[in-house]
Write a protein that binds this ligand. Structure first.
Ligand code: PHE
Length: 450
């Protein structure tokens, strides 16, 4: 098979692209509400532990798998398996990741649509002097309109596929360079505002004062799943980005920077949100609508709030955009490297399929709200739980097993290029801690289901 692959222009670009994949709605939309739904500090503690002991080692693993093969996840796993003289069935791990990415995109694009809608809400001055009750009513009105939701979901999908259709060098790189630094900057503005008018003390207590009584099995399950979601792990996105990475870049250092930036950003958004939640006597466990109900209150009352609010949602849309691109890239890389279908047609074809899935998700917020798919979960909830708590950790578990027990140690060492001590540390976390943690959570999950 002729392989003519493009590479990132520099280590910085790879880092920004991978950070662009990691930083997205997971940090800004999902983490804050998950913290509230799962009892605050207990969830934060377990989440941070999962990032360090499972997320970081497995991100290194996923990058190393990608860089070793320089191929899409499915062919990559097959090539790695044959290099290790293992069963070619490992390729299905790559296949599973591609499907997982598309399933995630099905709801990601809908939430990305909410963000787009809110750019215009903020820009149109609709937040000015808004009360907490009005803000909630506004958001509920958006959710109740399948037409509006579908419209914004469509725009988000078109934005995603337009970049994917153009390809890795021309499309992805440019989108990332300005975004992440700007996002951090505007977040600091928001945080400063929340600090001055919100209840930062209550927020910090809620998020960081350890209360072990609140660590429930469900909170642990959700925290582990969210560590995967937030770092984009377990479905091949990081693997495919790693496959475009040059050989002379340190995987460990890059991973640590990305994981720290990703986690910090999420926690900062959480602090900003919860200090507003407590100052305005809102419910911390409002669920997926949390940021859309709280942030307008802040923007509606701060000086230049219309402008800052518009900019904020614009940057969140960008962050979501660079993540959504990485959700389709594994599948697109596979299609273009294995069939005669051109990148352009592959992107729009897959886009249409995922768009349809997204329409079902849209309806699950209104007309089909009561339609339960499994365990009392509607379409959106099913897709979310299935991908975050099952498919991503399962993908991660299998990658860890593959790198730890199937690949030749010297091949792994060659890619990671670590000193002996650091290599042992990676090996310990990848071979024991991560698999045992994930397996334990699965055992619990299946026990629950019984
Ligand atoms: N990490 C992204 C976010 O936090 C979502 C994502 C998950 C992207 C899995 C790619 C793969 O928004």
């Amino acid at each position: 098979m002729p392989q003519h692959r493009s590479h990132w222009n520099s280590r910085w670009t790879f880092m920004l692209a991978t950070a662009g994949s990691a930083i997205g709605l997971g940090n800004i939309w999902k983490l804050p509400y998950m913290i509230g739904v799962n009892g605050g500090s207990a969830f934060v503690l377990v989440f941070v532990a999962c990032i360090f002991f499972v997320g970081i080692p497995l991100m290194m693993t996923e990058i190393l798998l990608g860089r070793r093969t320089q191929k899409n996840p499915l062919d990559g796993m097959q090539a790695l398996a044959s290099e290790a003289q293992a069963s070619s069935a490992w390729k299905y791990l790559g296949g599973m990741g591609m499907v997982t990415g598309l399933l995630i995109l099905g709801f990601y694009s809908v939430i990305g649509g909410w963000v787009l809608a809110y750019i215009f809400e903020a820009g149109g001055g609709n937040f000015s002097q808004i009360t907490a009750a009005q803000s909630t009513t506004n958001f509920k009105a958006l959710l109740a309109s399948p037409l509006k939701l579908t419209f914004w979901h469509t725009i988000f999908m078109v934005m995603t596929m337009a970049v994917v259709a153009k390809g890795v060098n021309s499309g992805l790189e440019k989108a990332n360079n300005i975004l992440i630094p700007s996002l951090f900057a505007i977040l600091l503005v928001l945080l400063g505002y929340s600090m001055s008018v919100g209840d930062m003390h209550a927020a910090a207590q809620f998020m960081f004062k350890p209360d072990f009584s609140k660590i429930t099995p469900v909170a642990v399950l959700s925290a582990l799943g969210h560590a995967f979601f937030s770092l984009s792990l377990g479905m091949g996105a990081v693997m495919v980005y790693g496959s475009y990475l040059q050989r002379n870049v340190s995987i460990a250092r890059t991973t640590i920077y990305i994981a720290l930036a990703d986690t910090m950003l999420g926690l900062l958004v959480g602090l900003a949100i919860y200090s507003l939640v407590f100052a305005n006597h809102l419910a911390p466990n409002a669920g997926p609508g949390l940021i859309f109900q709280t942030l307008p209150i802040a923007f509606g009352h701060m000086p230049s709030g219309n402008f800052i609010g518009t900019l904020f949602f614009l940057l969140v849309a960008f962050a979501a955009w660079t993540s959504s691109i990485s959700l389709v890239e594994p599948a697109i890389a596979w299609i273009t490297e294995n069939t005669k279908i051109k990148r352009y047609s592959a992107a729009w074809g897959l886009g249409l399929i995922v768009w349809l899935l997204g329409v079902a998700v849209v309806l699950s917020f209104n007309e089909w709200k009561e339609i339960k798919i499994i365990f009392g979960l509607n379409i959106f909830e099913t897709l979310d739980k299935l991908t975050s708590t099952i498919l991503l950790p399962l993908g991660g578990l299998l990658m860890a097993i593959f790198a730890g027990y199937v690949m030749k140690k010297n091949h792994v060492q060659e890619e990671l290029d670590l000193n002996n001590q650091h290599f042992k540390l990676w090996q310990f976390t990848n071979n024991y801690i991560a698999p045992i943690a994930i397996a334990a959570v699965f055992l619990f999950l299946f026990g629950l289901v019984k």
